[in-house]
Design a protein around this ligand. Structure first.
Ligand SMILES: C[S@@+](CC[C@H](N)C(=O)[O-])C[C@H]1O[C@@H](n2cnc3c(N)ncnc32)[C@H](O)[C@@H]1O
Length: 301
């Protein structure tokens, strides 16, 4: 694996790093935000389930393979790869979340874990380098979805598999939602301020969300500025965990600069246009069939 080390803006947080080691102090709100992510990923086994359901990768086949993870966040999937396989993992994310990833996963298998703070558009790797590439929950937050797909394909070796998931457009109603109405404002707020607003309002929003579902008006919850608890949360979680995750997921939806959901058929076309053969496109079930993700898997031509 060749890692380019000629970019001043790329920082690697692992043993044997080449660039300047990333040491950034987090603002207290962001730090709190990231610790929410930690707890979320620690307490549930959904990530393992989601990773293997979406990729269909076999743990044994990943032995010594070089895997690229784009947009690691706080590292819930980095953890799965490091702990449940013997692959070499190269992870990037452009945000402070790499600090949390390093804290969560940096000591488990440092010889196999290479973590960088870098944008998808400036990754410190040569093209045609990776045996597997995955990018989960990220592409809709990048400024140009198709350019991002193209880059993922470029980084894969010929014959290597690329797996992505993303927010799907299911119909005209997808954007008829509080999130898309309010995001032009919320994405401009400081993360600290936005988090405070969400924390101060989450309790009545959760209550109203459940009342709407109870009285058969679940369809109206799309106009509440809160994530979809009913359709996307695991059943039987405690009230306090539900509250924490609701804060985190609502923040995740209202804070990113970009949010470009896509039709699955358009994403398939993007892969085809950019030199990959799609082997699967559609919804994959995970978490014992409770939850669904829009997934495309492709092989580089
Ligand atoms: C919703 S989070 C998903 C994180 C992780 N994959 C997960 O599922 O827990 C999206 C992540 O994509 C990262 N991201 C967004 N745009 C990016 C870009 N242009 N380059 C690299 N990372 C990006 C964000 O910093 C964030 O950590």
């Amino acid at each position: 694996m060749t890692v380019r080390d000629d970019r001043g803006d790329v920082k690697q947080t692992t043993t044997g790093f080449r660039g300047p080691l990333m040491v950034q102090s987090l603002t207290s709100a962001k730090s709190k935000f990231l610790s929410l992510i930690d707890r979320k990923s620690d307490e549930f086994n959904i990530s393992h389930n989601r990773f293997f359901s979406e990729t269909h990768w076999n743990q044994e086949d990943l032995l010594d393979k070089n895997i690229l993870e784009v947009g690691s966040g706080a590292g819930r999937f980095s953890k799965v790869v490091l702990e449940d396989t013997n692959a070499n993992l190269y992870s990037i994310d452009y945000s402070d979340a790499v600090t949390a990833n390093y804290r969560n996963n940096g000591s488990f298998a440092p010889e196999r874990f290479h973590l960088f703070q870098a944008s998808i558009y400036m990754m410190p790797f040569e093209n045609n380098s990776f045996d597997k590439v995955f990018c989960l929950g990220v592409l809709q937050h990048t400024p140009n979805f198709e350019d991002s797909i193209k880059i993922l394909i470029n980084k894969a070796k010929t014959g290597a598999e690329i797996v992505v998931d993303f927010y799907p457009i299911k119909g005209w109603w997808t954007k008829f939602n509080a999130k898309y109405i309010l995001r032009p404002i919320t994405r401009r707020l400081s993360h600290e301020y936005l988090l405070r607003i969400i924390e101060n309002n989450i309790d009545w929003l959760i209550k109203l969300h459940f009342i709407f579902h109870k009285i058969g008006l679940g369809v109206l919850t799309r106009f509440l500025p809160i994530c979809d608890i009913h359709g996307t949360f695991q059943k039987n979680i405690s009230e306090s965990k539900l509250r924490e995750i609701a804060i985190l997921d609502t923040f995740d939806q209202y804070s990113p600069e970009y949010d470009n959901p896509q039709r699955i058929s358009n994403v398939v076309e993007m892969f085809r246009k950019n030199g990959a053969t799609v082997t699967f496109s559609g919804f994959e079930k995970y978490s014992d069939g409770d939850l669904f993700a829009a997934v495309v898997r492709a092989i580089k031509d």
